[in-house]
Ligand binder design. Structure first.
Ligand SMILES: NC(=O)c1ccc[n+]([C@@H]2O[C@H](COP(=O)([O-])OP(=O)(O)OC[C@H]3O[C@@H](n4cnc5c(N)ncnc54)[C@H](O)[C@@H]3O)[C@@H](O)[C@H]2O)c1
Ligand SMILES: [Zn+2]
Ligand SMILES: [Zn+2]
Length: 368
């Protein structure tokens, strides 16, 4: 079987993979398409430590090709989006509707593959950079066959993460103001989530001026090129636009209700805090290397109700949110097709990575 294997230092496109049959509560999925998320690159460059050899890819959709004896919710032939959360379904987190807090969902590694005859691990409980993969029943969420695979796959990470951050974690209210740092696959989905929520201002920030068109297409009302402009000063200037600018006791007023770090760099997260209005909250979505710290004047939070929130996988509940994303897409309110800027077979993985790093892509998608 063909797939992309992380070897510990690099990746290899191989046809030396094999996969067994699903266990009683598992599903084997023939992968139809897989998006390349920055988190896959973060495994390769060491930002996210992971076992090797392992099969990468965690943003995918496909067709069920075999089910375990106890599986009831999907059958052979169903189209599914694969969620990365192999949640247990019985713990306190799962029972209160927070599968992203389920202790079984982080760092759990199994070895459904062999690579050159030796056991190989999965990644993010998913591994969709392979012709087939095995996931838990809870991870295979049935969708309409009307959604093309190349669009459906993006729901599996970038869309749930970005739109979910706005709707589930921040719960942005109509009319609120916002800033989004990083206009990649995740940031674009934060932007369209903010559009869906009715945010009045959506200020997109990127270090590549070429991202402006995409940002505006997805709903940004303003764009700041952080390579030539002080993004913090520019955002404070934009919101709110009062005739008289009053400087408060803490040095500034103005700024947004919500900011989103979709880059994963401490300087960006600090900027995301510095652009908040009183009462505003910043969401840390991007993932820097382990141990990364950000310094902040505690009084700038404590005196004026500012906050910093982490957000994993859009705080999503896959069996609620994936059907919702499909419904919004089919009714023309969620852009998925427009996110797909490049399609290549597995052998084109390196070209997608190069184009992603050059800032040419919304999302690159591998097809099978
Ligand atoms: N929390 C989660 O559950 C979750 C889920 C998916 C991805 N992620 C993380 O989110 C981050 C973004 O992922 P992606 O797939 O959108 O990446 P991407 O590579 O598609 O996009 C990143 C964007 O950030 C821009 N950028 C880089 N440095 C910048 C800076 N200093 N200021 C402003 N913009 C800058 C790049 O030009 C690019 O447009 C990664 O760290 C990824 O690991 C987190
Ligand atoms: Zn991802
Ligand atoms: Zn659980």
């Amino acid at each position: 079987m063909r797939g992309i294997v992380y070897t510990g230092e690099d990746v290899e496109v191989t046809d030396q993979l094999s996969l067994g049959n699903p266990g009683p509560t598992e599903v084997r999925v023939a992968v139809g398409a897989a998006g390349v998320c920055h988190s896959d690159l973060s495994v390769i460059n060491g930002t996210i430590p992971w076992k090797a050899p392992s099969v990468l890819g965690h943003e995918g959709a496909g067709v069920v090709e075999a089910v375990g004896s106890e599986v009831r919710s999907v059958k052979v032939g169903d189209h599914v989006v694969i969620a990365t959360l192999a949640s247990c379904g019985t713990c306190r987190a799962c029972s209160t509707g927070h599968p992203t807090w389920c202790i079984k969902t982080l760092g759990n590694v199994s070895q459904p593959f062999t690579y050159k005859g030796e056991p190989a691990s999965n990644f993010a409980a998913t591994s969709v950079f392979a012709e087939s993969t095995i996931v838990k029943e809870v991870q295979a969420v049935k969708i309409s066959e009307e959604v093309p695979m190349t669009s459906a796959c993006l729901i599996g990470c970038g869309v749930l993460t970005g739109v979910g951050a706005v709707l589930n974690r921040a719960r942005v209210q109509a009319g609120e103001t916002s800033a989004v740092f990083g206009v990649g696959g995740v940031g674009l989905n934060v932007i369209q989530g903010l559009r869906l929520a009715g945010a009045s201002r959506i200020i997109a920030v990127d270090t590549l001026a070429s991202k402006e068109g995409l940002a505006r297409q997805f709903g940004a009302t303003h764009f700041v090129d952080a390579s030539t402009t002080d993004a913090v000063a520019a955002i404070r200037e934009l919101v709110p636009p009062g005739p008289a600018r009053v400087t408060g006791a803490l040095g500034w007023t103005g700024g947004v209700n919500w900011s989103f770090d979709c880059v994963g760099h401490p300087a960006v997260l600090r900027n995301a805090l510095d652009v908040l209005d009183w009462g505003g909250n910043a969401l840390a979505i991007g993932i820097p290397p382990q141990g990364t710290e950000v310094a902040v004047d505690v009084n700038s939070l404590a005196y004026v109700d500012r906050g910093l929130l982490g957000c994993r996988y859009g705080s999503s509940r896959p069996h609620h949110d994936i059907p919702l994303m499909v419904e919004l897409y089919l009714s023309g309110r969620l852009m998925l097709d427009e996110l797909v800027t490049e399609r290549r077979p597995l052998e084109g993985f390196r070209e997608i990575v190069e184009d992603m790093e050059a800032g040419k892509l919304a999302r690159g998608v591998l097809t099978f």
